[in-house]
Design a protein around this ligand. Structure first.
Ligand code: CA
Length: 450
């Protein structure tokens, strides 16, 4: 009897520790670096995200691999620099194009999670190709509900461009928008989490809000909540952030209610920095303080983002200061699933678990790279605290992010040795990249960093 109890308890322990975690990837769209409470905002209340942050390792040097929407997603969902396969622009909404989308040559995050035994789902913005071959269901997701384009109107019937009016889609079939879109996405995600609770298979859910990306359309109750903000544009944007915060709260509450929170690995990032859209008279409605630049720039304001990793069963909450990138999500999740054997060898991302758990010291990445606009466009490279920025053919700039996170003091003249070294590092990295295989919709207007 005693040995039976012992065996049973050993088995139980083994099961508890071996259980693969669920994986929840939450992506905000165009969220400013300083626009959530846990990043320091005093203007925009985000109690749900702050609660998540308190349960997380907050990565203070957390990056995405691109300063705008679609390429960042292509990197995150492959674990590879998207320039390696030509996905360096936003695909236009071209349902007939077999080129404008995440290349089929690439193996996706959900495809690999399925190989590791997971049920996979995606809710929200896709923006990785309009042709049916690029549909989320064809790219590794068992279930999909969301907006397939680069954005969407928020209230049914609201104003927005044609791409933003495309009907919502569930597993290949159009479906009506029933309410404020952020609420609808939050409820869909919570339903997924509830539906798959207690199943033998773990799940992975990619929840990509289009919020708080323009158009600036917010529900009255949240506008009231941020009535203290004077600027109408910023107030509306802030209310959209609040709505997203509440939607995230709903998903996390469902995780707790179904007793899955402890063993769910949750990531939270924005896909790029807060935008500054002077051409549309939309300026200063997001806040990237203390960073320089905004969406579109390879300065920190374009690519350094709010970045959380939470897995209560494994990771002690705290902060982590070494540079990390959303390319790391995929290999980290596979390692968490005990499925390192299915991890492809050609990834740029690395498994962060031993670093975030404090078992391994040093930097997960020796060097990080950014490029926007193809070869000859804008480059940036970070090695340690030194970051080199090269805007087109202009002379390279060098910053010490340890002393100058705002990239205000150009050290290029003082450190020609480092400039040479980092320019050479870019050249070497670029040998492993290709030219963009499709252009952004507004082709011809080269994105220029501020
Ligand atoms: Ca974006």
């Amino acid at each position: 009897m005693r040995s039976f109890v012992l065996l049973a308890s050993l088995l139980l322990t083994a099961t508890t520790f071996a259980a693969k975690p669920n994986v929840l990837v939450i992506v905000a769209d165009d969220l400013g670096y300083n626009d959530v409470g846990f990043q320091g905002s005093k203007e925009i209340p985000t109690p749900q995200l702050d609660k998540l942050a308190a349960q997380s390792v907050r990565c203070t040097n957390g990056y995405v691999s691109h300063p705008f929407c679609s390429p960042t997603r292509a990197g995150m969902l492959t674990g590879r620099y998207q320039q390696r396969f030509g996905h360096e622009n936003n695909p236009a909404w071209l349902p007939e194009s077999t080129v404008a989308g995440l290349p089929l040559s690439e193996t996706t995050f959900p495809t690999l999670m399925k190989q590791a035994g997971y049920t996979t789902g995606a809710v929200g913005k896709w923006h990785l190709g309009a042709h049916p071959q690029f549909h989320p269901n064809r790219r590794g997701f068992d279930e999909y509900f969301g907006a397939l384009g680069g954005g969407h109107v928020y209230f049914p019937g609201d104003k927005g461009g044609p791409e933003y009016q495309i009907p919502l889609n569930r597993n290949g079939t159009d479906e009506p928008q029933t309410k404020y879109l952020t609420d609808q996405f939050g409820e869909e995600a919570a339903a997924f989490v509830g539906r798959h609770a207690g199943e033998a298979k773990p799940w992975m859910l990619y929840l990509a809000f289009n919020a708080p990306h323009t158009p600036l359309q917010a529900p009255p109750e949240w506008l009231e909540k941020v009535g203290h903000i004077g600027s109408e544009q910023r107030r509306t944007y802030a209310a959209m952030v609040c709505a997203m915060d509440a939607a995230v709260g709903g998903v996390l509450a469902k995780l707790e209610e179904t007793k899955q929170r402890e063993n769910t690995l949750v990531y939270f990032v924005s896909d790029n920095g807060g935008p500054n859209l002077a051409a549309r008279n939309l300026t200063n409605f997001t806040d990237n303080t203390p960073l320089r630049g905004a969406k579109g720039a390879v300065y920190e304001g374009g690519v350094r983002v709010p970045f959380l990793v939470s897995w209560p069963a494994r990771l002690k909450p705290g902060t982590y200061d070494q540079p990390v990138m959303a390319l790391d999500f995929l290999p980290t999740a596979l390692a968490a699933a005990g499925a390192a054997d299915v991890t492809p060898k050609n990834l740029d991302g690395v498994n962060l678990l031993p670093f975030l758990a404090g078992e391994k010291t040093g930097a997960p990445h020796e060097t990080l790279f950014w490029r926007s606009g193809g070869p000859g466009g804008n480059n940036a490279v970070r090695r340690g605290n030194l970051k080199l920025v090269r805007i087109g053919t202009e002379a390279p700039q060098l910053y010490d992010l340890g002393a100058d996170v705002g990239e205000s003091k150009n050290l290029a003249g003082e450190r020609p040795d480092v400039v040479r070294e980092l320019v050479a590092a870019i050249a070497e990295w670029e040998r492993g990249t290709v030219a963009p295989i499709f252009e952004s919709p507004r082709a011809g207007k080269k994105k220029k960093a501020k």
